[in-house]
Structures are given as C-alpha cells and as structure tokens.
Design a protein around this ligand. Structure first.
Ligand code: ADP
Length: 209
C-alpha cells in the first residue's frame, strides 16, 4: 500500500523509539493524538505496527511484500467464488452452447437428477462436439463432458491459493466449488482464473487492508 509522508514518519519514529505511546509519537510530530489516530489505525491494521496496552506501539518488522503474502495466504475460496452455471446431464450440446453464451461463462457444470455434480463442460469440449457432429441438438452433454471422478473440485473453506495451484497443475480455467452431500457433491459455486485475478487486484489496491 502507498504510505503517506506522515505514515512513513510515524513508522520511522516507532522503529527508532518503540515501544512508544501514541501520545509520544504525536508530541514528536507536533500534532495532537486525535489527528494521528487514523494513521495509527491504518498502520496497525495493515500490519506495520502492533500495539500493546500500557506499552505502546512497536514495529513488527514486516516488509510490504511479507504483509502482502501473509494476507494472500488467508483468502478463502468462498470470499471470491462466483455463482455456478449448471446444466443437467441430458440437455443437448446445442442447449449447453446457448447457456454458455447467455450466462457469459467459459465453464458449465453438469448435474444429475439429484443435482449432484457429474461433469464439467468447457468451451473446447463443445467446439470438439461441433466439429464432429452436424446435429448438436441430438447429442446429450453427458457424452462429451469430462466426468466424475476425474473432476478437480474445491470447497468454500479451501484457501484461494490452493485452488489457484490446482488450476495451474491441471491446466484448466475453473473449478466447481462443492459441498459434500450424502451421496454426491452439491455444486455451490464456480472458481475461475478471473476470481483469482480479482483477489490479486483487490489486495494490491489495499481494499483488504
Ligand atoms: P478450454 O480448454 O475450453 O479453454 P479448460 O482448459 O478449462 O477450458 O478445459 C480443458 C479440459 O479440461 C476440458 O476437456 C474440460 O472438460 C476439462 N476440465 C475443465 N475444468 C475441469 C475440472 N475442474 N476438472 C476436470 N476437468 C476439467
């Protein structure tokens, strides 16, 4: 995050003199304690400074990039997942293509009559089917999808970084976010490369700090 001049000054004072009270920092800057309060709150929340009751502020010693990594490692899938777009296993490839365009997604999840995950359909799965057949209305998606148990999944409480790792390792664009049900997996979300890009941008722009 971009620190203001005053915040840089505060960090320097705490580095040189910590632990030091807010009152004391204010005196050195010839400002009131009240004026400093927002800066101290920001620096503490961002992890540069720590405060101990009756002792004062001290420097945590963490660099900007250490703090960045620390925060990134805490992000959960549920905080960034999108709504899943789901089709049933017996809809046609033609209808799946329409759903992909209408919903503006690159990956569809396929479910059975119990609404449990049975497969994944990507853009290329549908392109492949289009090349191979003239009548897309007569091909059910369960014939062309990637099917369970070969589906890579994640759960809402998983770390975003672990989900990102799966996307890279499997060279895929998205993961279904699932909750285990009694006899299958219930699809509750969609985690794509775009979600991960959003998390990175948000972190870099400090909306999380
Ligand atoms: P595309 O190749 O269409 O750009 P992907 O790279 O996501 O899209 O998909 C490549 C292949 O991997 C497709 O055959 C697709 O069915 C399959 N696939 C996509 N997502 C998953 C997943 N989460 N688990 C298993 N296979 C997947």
């Amino acid at each position: 995050m971009e620190l203001s001049n005053r915040q840089e000054q505060i960090i320097q004072i705490v580095k040189d003199n910590g632990p030091i009270t807010g009152e004391n920092i204010a005196e050195r800057l010839e400002l009131t304690r009240a004026t400093l309060r927002p800066d101290l709150a920001i620096l503490t929340m961002a992890g540069y400074l720590d405060a101990r009751p009756r002792v004062g502020y001290f420097f945590t010693g963490k660099t900007g990039s250490e703090l960045f990594t620390e925060k990134l490692k805490k992000f959960k899938v549920r905080e960034y997942q999108s709504l899943p777009i789901v089709v049933e296993e017996d809809v046609s490839a033609y209808d799946a293509i329409c759903a992909m365009f209408l919903e503006d997604v690159g990956t569809l999840f396929v479910t059975n009559h119990k609404s449990h995950l049975v497969g994944v359909l990507s853009r290329k799965d549908l392109l492949r089917a289009s090349i191979g057949s003239k009548d897309l209305t007569s091909i059910p998606v369960h014939i062309i999808m990637t099917r369970m148990p070969n589906i890579t999944i994640c759960e809402p409480e998983d770390l975003l970084l672990d989900a990102a790792q799966k996307l890279i390792e499997k060279q895929i664009d998205g993961l279904p976010v699932v909750n285990p049900a009694e006899d299958g997996l219930e699809v509750v979300g969609r985690l794509t490369k775009t979600n991960i890009t959003k998390a990175l941008v948000e972190l870099a722009r400090d909306q999380h700090i």
